[in-house]
Design a protein around this ligand. Structure first.
Ligand code: FAD
Ligand code: NAD
Length: 472
C-alpha cells in the first residue's frame, strides 16, 4: 500500500534534526513533527546555554584570581542579568541553524504539533493521519523529579527554567551532583550564588573514574562550594519566604532549588502500545540497528535512556538514516564513545574505567601522567589533574580519563587512536612543546619507561657496553 512519506521523524532536537536533514538531502520525502521549537534540549536548555554560562563564570573566576599573575583590577562586579543576557545571545546566534525555514529549505516538511501513533504504521498529528515507510522517535528526555515531600508545593527549577533567570538567586541547593549539578553548581557559585551540592552517592560525577571526580571535588571545596554526599533530600518546606531543604536530618535554608537528578524519556503521549513499541523505565527498547520492537520504527537520542549526549544522538542518527531509508544493516558500536563534563577542571572520558577494565581483562595496566609535570599547564597556572590511560599488556587502549585544563579537547587524540585500534605507542608521536597535549605523549612514554625500568638485563648489558666503549 502506498504511504505518504519515506520517513516521519518525531522530535526536532539533536537526533531528529540530523535524521531529517540528511534524509531530505538524500531526496527522501520526510516529515518532521515537533511539539515545541526545533533545536531541542541542547540548544534551548542544555549544552548551549550551560556552556555559555560556564564561560561567563570562568571569566569571573579568572578576573577574581588574576593577582597571582600580577594583574590587579577594581573589585569585580558581576551583573547576573547581563551574564544571562549573554547566554540568550548565544542561543539566538545559533538558533538559525535549527530554524524551520532552514529545514524546509532542505526539503523537510516541518509540522508543529504533538501527535500519537494510532496503529503500527500511522501517526496522527493535528487531526491528520500520516503514514510512512519508516518512523524515527527522537523525542528526547526531561528532568526526572524525585518524589520529595513538599518539593512541588514549594517550587523548584530544572534546566528548563534555570537559563531564563534574570536575577541571581542568593543561595541555591542543587539536588543531584551529576554533570548538570556540577557544571551549573560551579557556574552559579562563580557568579556569586551560595551553592550547596547534594548527592545521594559518595562521589560527585558518579559515572566517572573516582580519582578524576575527586580532582573536581577538591577544586569545588577549594572554591567554597558546599557539598553534602551520601544523603538524600527528604522534605522541602517554605519558611519565612525561604525554602527549607531537609537533607536527611540536616536543615538547609536557601532561596532556590535546582533539581538535577537524572532524566526521564519523553514517550508517554506517543501511544507506543498502538505501534507495538515497548519501553522500560529508562527509555525505548531498541536492537543494535536501533529498531524498536516494531522494526519499521526506529529511535535515537535521549529517549533510549543510554548515553545522553548530543554527539551520541547524532551518531545514532547516522545509523538510523541508512537503516530506515534503505536496508537495516548498520549496527551501533559504543566501544569509543567520548564525553566531557565542563567543570573547571574539565573531566573527559572515553572507553572503560579501571574497575570496568579489570572486571573484563586480567592483563590491565594503568599509565598516569600528572599535569603538574606538563610545563604548559604550569605556565597557565593550571597544574591540577592528570591523564590516566587504561591499557592491556599489548598496548591496546581500553579507556582514558583526562581531568584538567582543556581535557575535553585533549581526549580527541585518544578517540582517534582508539577508533583506529592504534596502540598506546601511537600517542608517542612528536607533540609541540609546550602544549597541554604533551600529557598524552608523556603518558604513552610511561609505558616505555616502565618496560625499561623492569628490564634489568638490558640495563646491565648497556652498562657493560658503555664500560667497554669508554676503554677502547
Ligand atoms: C543542562 C544540560 C547540559 C547538557 N550539556 C551537554 C553537553 O555539553 N554535551 C552533550 O553532548 N550533551 C549535553 N546535554 C545532553 C544533550 O542536550 C542531549 O543528550 C541531547 O539534546 C539529546 O538529543 P535528543 O535529540 O535525544 O533530544 P532533544 O534534543 O531534547 O530533542 C527532543 C525534541 O523532541 C521534542 N518532543 C518531545 N516530545 C515530543 C512529542 N511528543 N512530539 C513531538 N516532539 C516532541 C522536544 O520538544 C525536542 O525538541 C546536556 C543536557 C542538559 C539538560
Ligand atoms: N557535559 C555534558 O555532556 C553534559 C552536561 C549536562 C548533562 N549531560 C547529560 O544529561 C544527563 C543528565 O544529567 P544529570 O546531572 O541530571 O543526571 P545524572 O543521572 O548523570 O546525575 C544525577 C545525580 O543525581 C543523584 N540523585 C538522584 N536523585 C537524588 C536525590 N533525591 N538526592 C540527591 N541526589 C540524587 C544521582 O545519584 C546522580 O549522581 C547526563 O547523564 C548527561 O548524559 C551532559
Amino acid at each position: 500500500m502506498a504511504v505518504d512519506y519515506d520517513l516521519i521523524v518525531i522530535g526536532g532536537g539533536s537526533g531528529g534534526l540530523v535524521v531529517a536533514a540528511a534524509s531530505a538531502l538524500l531526496k527522501a520525502k520526510v516529515a518532521l513533527i515537533e511539539k515545541d521549537k526545533l533545536g531541542g534540549d541542547c540548544l534551548w536548555s542544555g549544552c548551549v546555554p550551560s556552556k555559555s554560562l560556564i564561560e561567563a563564570s570562568r571569566l569571573a573566576y579568572q578576573i577574581k584570581h588574576s593577582q597571582r599573575f600580577g594583574i590587579y583590577t577594581e573589585a569585580t562586579e558581576i551583573n547576573f542579568t547581563q551574564a544571562m543576557g549573554y547566554v540568550q545571545e548565544v542561543i539566538a546566534t545559533i538558533e538559525p541553524n535549527d530554524s524551520p525555514e532552514r529545514f524546509r529549505g532542505f526539503g523537510v516538511e516541518v509540522i508543529f504539533g504533538s501527535g500519537r501513533f494510532i496503529d503500527r504504521g500511522t501517526f496522527e498529528v493535528n487531526g491528520q493521519k500520516l503514514t510512512a515507510r519508516a518512523f524515527v522517535i527522537a523525542t528526547g528526555s526531561r528532568p526526572a523529579i524525585p518524589p520529595i515531600e513538599g518539593l512541588k508545593e514549594v517550587g523548584f527549577l530544572t534546566n528548563e527554567q534555570v537559563f531564563s533567570l534574570t536575577e541571581r538567586p542568593p543561595s541555591l541547593a542543587i539536588i543531584g551532583a551529576g554533570p548538570i549539578g556540577c557544571e551549573l553548581g560551579q557556574a552559579f557559585y562563580r557568579l556569586g550564588t551560595e551553592v550547596t551540592l547534594i548527592s545521594s552517592r559518595d562521589q560527585l560525577l558518579p559515572k566517572e573514574e573516582p580519582e578524576a571526580s575527586a580532582v573536581v571535588e577538591t577544586q569545588f571545596i577549594k572554591e567554597g562550594i558546599k557539598i553534602i554526599k551520601n544523603n538524600r533530600v527528604e522534605k522541602v518546606e517554605r519558611v519565612d519566604g525561604k525554602k527549607k531543604v531537609w537533607v536527611g536530618n540536616i536543615p538547609l535554608m536557601v532561596d532556590e532549588i535546582l533539581v538535577a537528578a537524572g532524566r526521564s524519556p519523553n514517550l508517554e503521549t506517543l501511544n507506543l502500545e498502538a505501534a507495538g513499541v515497548t519501553h522500560n523505565s529508562k527509555g525505548i527498547n531498541v536492537n543494535q540497528k536501533l529498531q524498536t520492537t516494531n522494526p519499521k520504527i526506529y529511535a535515537c537520542g535521549d529517549v533510549l535512556g543510554g548515553y545522553q549526549f548530543t554527539h551520541v544522538a547524532s551518531y545514532q542518527a547516522s545509523i538510523v538514516i541508512p537503516n530506515a531509508l534503505f536496508l537495516p544493516l548498520k549496527k551501533v558500536d559504543y566501544r569509543v564513545i567520548p564525553w566531557a563534563t565542563f567543570t573547571d577542571p574539565e573531566l573527559a572520558r572515553v572507553g572503560l574505567t579501571e574497575a570496568e577494565a579489570r572486571k573484563k581483562y586480567n592483563d590491565v595496566d594503568v599509565l598516569k601522567q600528572e599535569f603538574a609535570d606538563i610545563d604548559r599547564a604550569q605556565a597557565e597556572g593550571s597544574p591540577q589533574g592528570f591523564a590516566k590511560f587504561i591499557i592491556r599488556s599489548d598496548g591496546e587502549i581500553l579507556g582514558a580519563h583526562i581531568v584538567g585544563s582543556s581535557a575535553a579537547e585533549l581526549i580527541h587524540e585518544v578517540v582517534l587512536a582508539m577508533s583506529h585500534k592504534l596502540k598506546i605507542s601511537a600517542l608517542r608521536g612528536i607533540h609541540i612543546y609546550p602544549t597541554l597535549s604533551e600529557v598524552n605523549s608523556k603518558a604513552a612514554l610511561l609505558l616505555t619507561k616502565e618496560k625499561y625500568d623492569k628490564n634489568k638485563t638490558l640495563q646491565n648489558l648497556l652498562k657493560t657496553l658503555f664500560n667497554f666503549l669508554r676503554k677502547l
